[in-house]
Design a protein around this ligand. Structure first.
Ligand code: KG4
Ligand code: ZN
Length: 345
């Protein structure tokens, strides 16, 4: 089964072709980073206009790279939740147009679940179920238990900022370019995390939740002075080298993510961890999660970096699960800006 995947949940316009939910034939991602960089974050109006311009050619290019025509596509999968609602609308409209015009089945996909399903495209093969999945992105930091590929129970989530959001905010304080995660990672390469230790905060040992806003504030006070306000800090140089601040903050976030995920593994007794979402492109996180898991005989399944940040290949995989089960949505498919919450354990 050949599935055309479409994603426009935030600031990447993406179209992909995946065969049988396993083989990525093409994954085209049109980044809008340059359009949003001068604003220090994503501007929804600009994002949805750019999606409108980018979809025709990204879909065309995906088909070309896969050496297929629309006649050979068996179904269309599109992210319809969660995300910037006006950005989602553009992708959903494109998907509906193709599905209607070609008489193809259409399925709406949850973007967060799609980040988990990206693991089906990882080198070394998909995870063994049951497994635990950590989704770390700009909008989410959540731990799930998956008894099967299509069932997920929320084990824990951030109570304030998402990890990616914290990276983005700390980068802005340090006047590093948007998006903040890759900038912090690059700056940290020349830094010493011991030169700027950041306290690891957690909402408690009796749960699997996260909290990053305190760590972000600790960076603000330690690097710029007690009681400093973020908007004032942006005008001055930090008291410590930026590289050390970046390295210390990155190390602290990674430590908390690894420790909490391993607690989830202990509690559920699974043998596999899935890592997904934009922050999963972070090399330190990938390495430390793998090393810590290996010591316990646990496997970490993490896709290529381009399949961790937003992409439509993961959406095609996620949609494939529904399409092979004979499911489809009508042309009245809605968009939802907020996550439709999974049941908390
Ligand atoms: O999954 P994603 O592309 O979009 C959302 O669904 O949110 O994640 C984007 C987030 C941003 O906050 C970005 O700063 C972060 O992922 N990110 C990273 C890295 N690459 C992207 N964070 C840390 N290290 C990276 N290498
Ligand atoms: Zn995402």
């Amino acid at each position: 089964m050949i599935v055309l995947g479409i994603d426009s949940s935030c600031d990447e316009t993406s179209a992909a072709i995946v065969r049988d939910g396993r083989e990525c034939l093409a994954n085209v991602v049109a980044s809008q980073t340059e359009l949003h960089a001068r604003f220090g974050g994503v501007v929804p109006e600009i994002a949805c206009r750019a999606h409108l311009e980018n979809f025709p050619w990204t879909i065309h290019e995906a088909l070309q790279r896969a050496e297929l025509t629309l006649d050979e596509v068996d179904g269309v999968a599109v992210t319809n939740r969660p995300g910037l609602v006006n950005a989602l609308l553009v992708g959903v409209a494109a998907a509906k147009g193709i599905a209607f015009g070609r008489g193809l089945p259409l399925v709406g996909v949850d973007h967060i679940v799609a980040h988990i399903h990206a693991s089906f495209l990882a080198e070394g093969g998909p995870p063994k179920f049951p497994c635990v999945a950590l989704v770390v992105s700009g909008g989410h930091t959540s731990l799930y238990h998956l008894p099967t590929p299509t069932e997920h129970r929320l084990l824990g989530a951030t109570r304030d900022d998402a990890a990616g959001e914290a990276f983005d905010k700390v980068a802005r304080l340090l006047r590093l370019p948007y998006p903040g995660g890759p900038s912090i990672e690059a700056a940290a390469r020349d830094g010493d995390p011991k030169g700027f230790p950041v306290p690891r905060t957690s909402p408690g040992k009796d749960n699997l939740d996260f909290s990053f806003s305190g760590m972000k504030t600790a960076v603000l006070y330690k690097a710029f002075g007690q009681d400093m306000r973020p908007k004032d800090a942006k005008q001055i140089e930090p008291r410590v080298p930026v590289a050390d601040v970046a390295a210390g903050f990155q190390r602290a976030v990674v430590d908390v993510l690894v420790k909490t995920t391993l607690r989830a593994v202990e509690q559920t007794g699974v043998s596999d961890i899935v890592l997904g979402g934009g922050v999963a492109a972070n090399t330190l996180l990938r390495e430390r999660m793998r090393a810590a898991a290996e010591r316990r005989g646990v496997r970490v399944v993490v896709p290529d970096k381009v399949l961790c940040t937003d992409n439509a290949a993961m959406v095609a995989v996620s949609g494939w699960f529904r399409l092979v089960a004979g499911e489809s949505d009508g042309l009245d498919l809605d968009c939802h800006g907020r996550p439709v919450r999974a049941a908390r354990v």
